[in-house]
Structure formats: C-alpha cells, structure tokens
Design a protein around this ligand. Structure first.
Ligand code: ZN
Length: 312
C-alpha cells in the first residue's frame, strides 16, 4: 500500500456523503442537497404546479447541483399521499388517488431515478418527518414514537422498534374516530367520514367551523377554539397511545401555532387517559413535544430516506 493510502482512506471516511432530498407539499416542493440538517449545501423552493412542470424543475435543480458539486449518493422523496409504497406493486413510487387536482397516479420515483441514475428512497411526508425527528430531532434515541402533523389535514407517521410502520400502504391516523367534544355541533369536514379526527380537528375543519383560518381567530372565539382543538387532539392521541405505546409523540403543523395549545393538550390528555395505565411518562412535559427540526423535519427525513436507499 502506498504510504498515503491510509490518509486517503481517512479523508474518504470523514468526507460527508452528499445526498438529495425532496419534500413534496401541496403548495411547494423543497429540494436540498446535503448530508444532515446542519450541513445543507444547497436548497430550492419550487411552487407545486402541474406534475410534469414541477418534476422538471426538481430535476433541473439536481442536475445543476451534480454538475457544480459532484455526484449524489441517493435521493429521498417525501411526498403528500396517499402513496403506493409496496415495492412489488406496478405503481410503486406513485402518488395514488390524490384529492389534489392533476396529481393522482403520478410516478414520483421513476423519473427521478431515470434522470439522475441514483437510488431513490420514497415515503410519505409524515413518515419521513418521523425518521428525521428520530435521527436528528425530538425523538432522537427513541425506537417507538409517532410524528403527527396538524395542518390543513392531519397525518401521522409511526416508528415502532426502529422501523417505520407501513403494512398495507401506510397508516392513515388522521382518519381515526374521535368522540364529539361537549358543546361542539360542527358537522365535520372529512369528505369520507365527516367527523373523523381530521374532519373535526384539522386546520381546514377549524376554518370551516369558525368561519376563518386558525391564525385569524381572536378573543373569546380563539380561546374556545383552542379548548376544543386540545380536546380533539387529546382524544386522538389517546387512541394512538393505546394502540402503539409510543415513548413520545412529536406534533408539528401550522395548527400547533395556536397559543397555549401544547400545555392544554397535555392536560386534556391526562384527563382522557383517566389514570390508565398509570404511566408517569404520559404525564411528563416531554411526552408531547413540538418538532426539534421545525419546518425542516420532512426534508431532513427525505435525507434519511436517501441514506437508506444508498445503504448508508
Ligand atoms: Zn376521514
């Protein structure tokens, strides 16, 4: 071995691996290149337009980054769903029956893999956010936890014993049943189930119930809305806690900006559990927490998907 061989190996070892991440949202697509949330070397926000145009802009960003900065180990795509995640299915890598116009049965993985010639990881935005928070954020060091987002809709990703729960497709925890809260006569907003969790507690449900978006509520209406929201969130969290025994639940999304929501959810959760099974951890302030990665959770998770795809 040449005398410099060991040195070269050591450099290769410490050199961070550049991967690509794509978080596809309803209004924007966040693309980035980096190795972890502290080492992001390039990023771009692209408006979510028609699928072909949007994907073309995503590919153009990565072609540019590869030509300037060198090859990528892999790319991870975290997308709004529902998605086909069964690898043996002919539509693996597709968005399936999306309520978003033009985005049903759009192949997300195929065009990226063909254009860039790298392994591509693929999962839901919430599963990715769970992975990101588990690797670098609020669920670091835990092996069983849930990431919940409460925005326009409600979605959740679960990691159980270190693995993202997939099963037949992916969980749809936003459509859990929740008991109607006392004094609430809202008809519900889910097109499938009316009064499911998302139908009663999503940002869209809040806007429909109160006649304006959550961030525009004020005074007594705001206080009533926060009480009701905390009650519905606690009711849904109870279902998750009893079904999965998570060590922590991370809650992100625009609705969590409601003032005083977290302490109220924790208090109402204690009421909803009613002392069963009597775990002190469920009452601790670090059981229900906001994401540590903030709005970067999904994109960071897409980096984890890229790492998995590259076998890192
Ligand atoms: Zn529903």
């Amino acid at each position: 071995m040449p005398f410099w061989g060991g040195h070269t190996e050591r450099l290769r070892h410490v050199q961070p691996v550049r991967s690509g991440a794509v978080e596809v949202g309803g209004t924007k697509v966040l693309c980035l290149v980096g190795s972890d949330p502290e080492h992001i070397v390039a990023q771009s926000r692209i408006p979510t337009g028609k699928p072909a145009e949007t994907l073309a802009q995503v590919l153009a960003f990565f072609h540019q980054e590869v030509s300037c900065g060198g090859p990528l180990a892999a790319i991870g795509i975290a997308s709004f769903g529902p998605l086909e995640l069964r690898r043996s299915h002919p539509h693996y890598g597709f968005i399936t029956v999306s309520p978003k116009p033009d985005w049903s049965f759009v192949d997300m993985v195929g065009p990226v893999r063909r254009a860039l010639g790298v392994p591509v990881g693929f999962d839901t935005d919430v599963n990715a956010a769970a992975l990101g928070e588990g690797r670098w954020g609020a669920a670091r060091g835990l092996d069983t936890f849930v990431y919940l987002t409460v925005g326009t809709g409600i979605g959740a990703g679960a990691v159980v014993e270190g693995q993202v729960v997939h099963g037949l497709g992916h969980p749809e925890m936003g459509h859990l049943s929740v008991p109607r809260q006392p004094g609430d006569h809202f008809a519900g907003h889910c097109p499938f189930h009316s009064t499911c969790w998302e139908g009663m507690a999503s940002g869209a449900a809040i806007a429909a119930r109160w006649g304006c978006p959550a961030e525009q509520l004020d005074g007594a209406t705001l206080r009533a809305a926060v009480q009701l929201e905390a009650g519905y969130l606690a009711a849904g969290l109870r279902n998750i806690i009893y079904a999965m025994a998570p060590q922590r639940i991370v809650i992100g999304g625009s609705v969590t900006g409601l003032p005083g929501l977290f302490p109220l959810v924790r208090a109402k959760l204690r009421d909803a559990l009613a002392g069963y099974p009597g775990l002190a951890e469920h009452a601790a302030d670090d059981f229900i927490v906001p994401p540590a990665l903030g709005p970067l959770a999904g994109a960071a998770g897409a980096l984890v998907l890229a790492h998995h795809a590259a076998g890192l």
